[in-house]
Design a protein around this ligand. Structure first.
Ligand code: FEO
Length: 397
């Protein structure tokens, strides 16, 4: 049976949830699932705002038909061409052959690339600022390149003051009956998923997100309808402020993230000693993670969150222990910046991890490396107590 929600008079959520998918984009674990949001606008003309992932195709198509209730679909607005939102374009065209597909030049190019052979009878090419009147409702298209792909555009509906925001302001986490932010308790668990979603998916594109936020600041917005997660109608500032912070690469909290790799527990032991010393020196906001155990997407979210980072790793093949190398390279790829970072290397005969870690961190923007790198020879020694104290003092300074 269809499962839809009314957003406002004339606008309906027709999306669906996926709690089976293990990894979003086949990379990021989503133990709480994910929603693929899509919306139908009913007016003099009807419009569908994006489609949904192929995994929920049956439910999605049923939802669209239920809301249209026998009416024709006039427009399919394609805001984003990542397949979690556009996988049903062909199915929509087949079911509603007179539909006009609305997108920009890049959208149309990507439809051809992903779905060659998919051809709508009519297409409407739009660009920044173009309007699409539907009756009382009117959409204005605003380009948002690289939030999260180059073709992305968002749409502002002026009657209800709704921003259809594409991936922006989305979050991991399936919707459990509730649709609006005031119907769910947006607690730390939701925020952690929102942060992990943003930092891993869009984290690289801070300046582009800032550009979108500037455009959004110039318009009156009562509601944000993203493609994932809840619709925001009550506490819009909660996520807007976080997006502003994340996209400026500004830490949310003064605290220390400790990430380590450890083959036999000796590097781990050193990190435990360092964490205890941090608490002794007054820092209570500390998180410790084993890079071999915790998926990197969680580490990335925490790296955005905290002001200070300590990374400890064994030397491996004269290089860097792979899970830690992955974490550092991911931080670099996502343009993480503005952190104070301490490094601890381990090596029983030729410690090299510190050199390799530094080589990565030094290419990142505005990263203050605490000198010197603390070197362990197989295990931390009682004689290194003073070095530990000094490293922590420097990191917390
Ligand atoms: Fe949810 Fe970039 O797609």
């Amino acid at each position: 049976m269809q499962c839809t929600r009314k957003v406002t008079d004339g606008i309906y959520w027709v999306g669906a949830n996926d709690r089976r998918l293990a990894k979003f984009e086949n990379m990021f674990p989503i133990p709480r699932g994910v929603s693929y949001n899509s919306y139908v606008i009913l007016d003099g003309k009807t419009a569908l705002m994006d489609t949904a992932d192929s995994s929920v195709a049956e439910r999605f198509m049923e939802n669209v038909a239920a809301v249209l209730d026998g009416r024709a679909l006039d427009y399919l607005v394609v805001q984003h061409m990542e397949p979690d939102h556009c996988a049903n374009i062909a199915a929509i065209i087949e079911k509603y052959p007179d539909v006009t597909v609305v997108g920009n030049a890049k959208t149309m190019q990507m439809i051809g690339q992903f779905y060659s052979g998919t051809k709508a009878k009519q297409t409407l090419l739009v660009k920044e600022g173009d309007k699409l009147p539907l009756g009382e409702h009117e959409l204005t298209f605003v380009t948002a390149p690289m939030v999260h792909w180059p073709e992305v555009m968002v749409s502002y509906e002026s009657k209800e003051k709704i921003l259809f925001s594409a991936d922006a302001f989305g979050t991991f986490g399936a919707l459990n009956g509730a649709l609006f932010d005031d119907e769910i308790f947006f607690d730390a668990i939701w925020m952690e998923d929102a942060r992990r979603y943003y930092t891993n998916i869009v984290g690289k594109y801070g300046p582009q997100v800032q550009a979108l936020l500037k455009k959004a600041a110039g318009i009156e917005i009562d509601m944000i309808c993203p493609l994932h997660g809840p619709v925001w109608r009550s506490d819009l500032d909660l996520l807007l402020e976080k997006y502003d912070q994340w996209s400026r690469y500004e830490a949310e909290e003064d605290g220390v993230l400790l990430v380590y790799g450890s083959m036999y527990g000796n590097t781990e032991n050193a990190v435990e000693v360092l964490a205890a010393e941090m608490v002794e020196q007054g820092m209570k906001n500390i998180k410790v993670y084993d890079a071999s155990v915790t998926d990197c997407s969680y580490l990335i979210a925490e790296a955005f969150r905290y002001s200070r980072i300590l990374v400890a790793a064994p030397t491996y093949n004269a290089g860097l222990f792979a899970p830690v190398e992955h974490f550092l390279n991911d931080m670099k790829a996502l343009n993480l910046q503005n952190k104070k970072i301490a490094l601890v290397e381990n090596g029983s005969w030729a410690p090299m991890a510190g050199k390799h870690m530094k080589a990565i961190v030094e290419t990142m923007k505005n990263m203050e490396i605490v000198e010197p790198v603390l070197t362990l020879k197989s295990a931390i020694q009682p004689a290194q107590k003073e070095d530990v104290k000094k490293l922590v003092e420097e990191l917390l300074k």
